[in-house]
Design a protein around this ligand. Sequence first.
Ligand code: SF4
Length: 442
Amino acid sequence: MTTVTQAPNADRPAGTADLRGAIRREGRRLMDLWWQEMGAADAAGRPTAYVFVMGSLNEVLRCFDLTINFPEITALQTAVRGQSLTYLQAAEDDGYSPDICGYVKTDVGLHLRGRAHPHGTIPKPGLVVATNMCNTYIKWAEIWEQRYRCPVFVLDLPAWRGSGPGGAGGGIGEHDRRYVEAQLRDLIALCERVTGTRFDVDRLRETLAEANRMAAHYHDVLVLNQRRPAPFSALREGIVFQGIANLYRGSPEGTAFFDAARAEIEARTRRGEGALPHEQFRLLLSGTTCYASFKRFAELFEEWGAVFVHSTYLVFAGGGFGPGFGYDLARPIESLAEQLLASAWHGFSIPMFYAQDWLAETARAWAVDGICFHGVKSCRTTSTGLPDVREWLRTQHDIPGLFIQSDLVDPRLWSDAQLKNRVDAFLESLAARQLSARGGTP
Ligand code: SF4
């Protein structure tokens, strides 16, 4: 009989859920390759585009052979390496307030310290491409504009006009499509000026075709985690998936990675192999993990046999690959505009503003036992309203939820004893719930 007062996997050898096989090898190789390319661009003074994970426009930028830097990824990598505090403090010493987005401050610290990152040197921006998907993006882009005098392009994506995720009045209107398409043509002209390269629509078709293939594999990978036991951790392997989906979007390497990841995860499911040796609870993560305590965050749950099977982060920061994603190669720029709108709505507006519906549906399809809402103290964009959503799902859908807070990259905001207490109490209550469902008494 399951005890409800002890973490069942507390004595599990550390690292059992570490990444394995092709996902780990290829993920590392591609990440190293990206850093080598950034270093080479810095050394040669080649133009580099700074972009964001929500609407990177990688498909367009690849047509101009621009090296692409994702400052959110470089910031989180400093935290995973345990070195973010140095950069955060450099930014705060320069006058940035403690409550500003931790990614911004880490990045500012990197630039103040000569763009020297634990993985290599970050090249200067030759072009910045932002969207309005987070208001911080626009102010962040202005920091680089002022520091490097580089051109900044902000893509304005109209908000969802429906009354709900599938509500009346939704869908992509002709005016919205034309509005975004005109901006894409402006961006193409700007890229031509910055790089001196003529735009080739056939190259765009190639990158769109690769993004279509990658999106199909990405979707398959996520759906495979509906199996029991879950073959991968949406936290541990999820971070690799997000990284590669952004860095290699629209490239053959990115497509090959997700093809191999899908094959590896299918093989695990055939062998009945789970992310954890004994899966006890299936959880959904609303928000992000804490990269400054990345392993510890996962271990707090894994000690109890709790595996994260999905997360909102895999959707809104994973490239916006929603169900049915696909570019129409016969009308590439128009189709890119449509998919940007659809991705912004599916990948951002719906998980953000209609979180309760998306979470309820995902909890059902992925058969989760509970939801962990992780509030990020320096990110109001992803953290606003989480306790209300938790309460709604508990009362309307009988889905238990845990609300905890720390940060993305700031180790000063991680309180281990407090978080452990809350996670233990939540998982103990889930264990009691399971026991009661089986007719036992706690
Ligand atoms: S979404 Fe949050 S973490 Fe990301 S840039 Fe905006 S404020 Fe920062």
